[in-house]
Design a protein around this ligand. Structure first.
Ligand code: GLN
Length: 447
């Protein structure tokens, strides 16, 4: 019944472009298997979810929202899909993303634009656009996502749901199409922190198939979700706080006061402003070249669609010209330029050095504090026409602040915070890498 319902919801809403592949037969087959037994002790038993379409699913088309992979059917499951299968969940569809995960709006899936379900003049957010859409609309209680710069935590903010990107390596990335491997994280969307703790607990763990995989200390999350230590200390960045627009700034002040009133220590800290101001360029100078390198296999020869040509170069050029979208092309041009020998030293390696300074600055915070609070977004989902215009803004760093967690690998969660004009805005909590339990516990207290 649940399977039929999810299929029905999705079918009625195909015009929103959130669904790329709805594998009806496979869904019903899984449902039949699940109907044979029921395990009371497994919270995930029979729970439907949707997978961002950059997660490989065995026998089910996986496009990563790029036309070049329009006909690609993987022969294996991503480790996270496999783990969810083992936990008897119901994989209920492959949902849209900004092409290959490169983007943050929801406007750049090769299978059509997605817009905010609360207000179609506003951005939905991305790159995990289909995932955030499905959970926001209530079609499924959770969905998978990936986050290289902010692709889980920013759209969660625009839609009033929970988005979690755990410690780098805590969730396996095997079988997930890479964007920039030194920054790529897997994660989830849910409607509340309890659900997040459950899904994370069932999927976390070392995976020998992913060479960046690690084992974090904790294994139990849900049963401990209400146990945040009373001595937990919170910090927020002065340079961020004082640049926030009103009324958000006041909301944050009240929030800090509320936490203090609950007995937690809340402190204002400094962060090198020169480093905050270069978050976006450092992100671009590292992620674009990595993307060129990791996505070099989409060449018209190895996978997917192919345009005819007399030799490799012609096939590749024609295939990529025809099937890759504008954002991907633009980033590839910049990325390739950075990979030129002389530019590597000038830009890419320099960006890596600055990244190290950023990570050191973050580590200093965690010597004295447990939880770092930052704004998931500085406002409600932007209007599409405004967001697509180029803006030069000295407060730009506020828009890119979530990349801190990708540079450092620290666990980072967005939860709903306040509303303006009946549209949600989230708040983002972070802890030192490996402290995923603590960040979930803190989120539960702040929820
Ligand atoms: N918005 C960022 C970008 O455009 C983040 C993308 C991501 O996290 N996958 O690259």
């Amino acid at each position: 019944e649940i399977a039929q319902q999810v299929i029905e919801f999705s079918k009625k809403d195909l015009d929103s472009n959130f669904m790329i592949t709805l594998p009806e037969k496979e869904i019903m087959k899984q449902a039949e298997e699940l109907n044979k037994n029921f395990d009371d002790n497994n919270f995930l038993y029979g729970i439907p979810y949707m997978a961002k379409d950059n997660f490989a699913t065995k026998g089910i088309r996986t496009t990563a929202s790029t036309k070049i992979l329009d006909n690609f059917v993987p022969t294996y499951d991503a480790t996270l899909i496999e783990k969810l299968n083992k936990n008897k969940t119901l994989m209920s569809g492959k949902v849209a993303l900004d092409e290959l995960g490169l983007g943050g709006t929801g406007l750049h899936s090769a299978y059509g634009e997605l817009v905010n379900p609360r207000d179609s003049k506003r951005l939905l957010g991305g790159s995990s656009s289909g995932s955030v859409y499905a959970v926001t609309k209530g079609y499924v209680p959770f969905a998978t996502g990936t986050d290289t710069g902010d692709s889980i935590r920013k759209p969660a903010s625009f839609n009033g749901i929970v988005g979690f990107k755990p410690t780098y390596g805590a969730l396996s990335r095997y079988g997930i199409f890479p964007y920039a491997p030194s920054l790529d994280h897997a994660g989830f969307f849910t409607r509340n922190v309890d659900d997040m703790a459950i899904v994370f607990e069932k999927t976390v763990g070392f995976d020998p198939k992913d060479f960046t995989s690690i084992k974090i200390n904790d294994e139990i999350f849900y049963a401990k979700i209400n146990d945040l230590s009373a001595t937990t200390t919170f910090a927020y960045i002065k340079e961020v706080q004082e640049n926030l627009p009103e009324p958000l700034k006041t909301h944050y002040e009240s929030f800090y006061n509320k936490l203090s009133a609950q007995g937690y220590q809340v402190s204002e800290i400094n962060f090198r402003r020169d480093l905050l101001d270069v978050l976006a360029p450092v992100y671009m100078m590292i992620s674009f070249p990595e993307a060129v390198s990791t996505i070099s296999n989409l060449d018209g020869i190895n996978f997917g669609l192919r345009e005819p040509g007399d030799d490799f170069t012609e096939i590749m050029t024609k295939t990529r010209s025809k099937y890759l979208g504008d954002v991907v092309k633009r980033r590839f041009v910049i990325g390739s330029l950075n990979l030129k020998k002389e530019n590597q030293e000038l830009y890419m390696n320099k960006a890596k050095k600055v990244r190290r300074l950023i990570v050191e600055e973050i580590s200093k915070i965690y010597k004295n504090f447990d939880v770092l609070i930052i704004p998931s977004a500085i406002g409600i989902a932007p209007l599409i026409e405004v967001a697509t215009e180029f803006e030069d803004d000295s407060k730009q760093f506020l828009e890119d602040i979530l990349t801190l967690a990708n540079f450092s690998g620290m666990p980072s969660i967005t939860i709903p915070f306040v509303e303006e004009q009946s549209m949600p805005i989230g708040i983002n909590l972070n802890t030192a890498p490996g402290q995923d339990l603590k960040v979930l516990q803190a989120a539960k207290v702040c929820e």
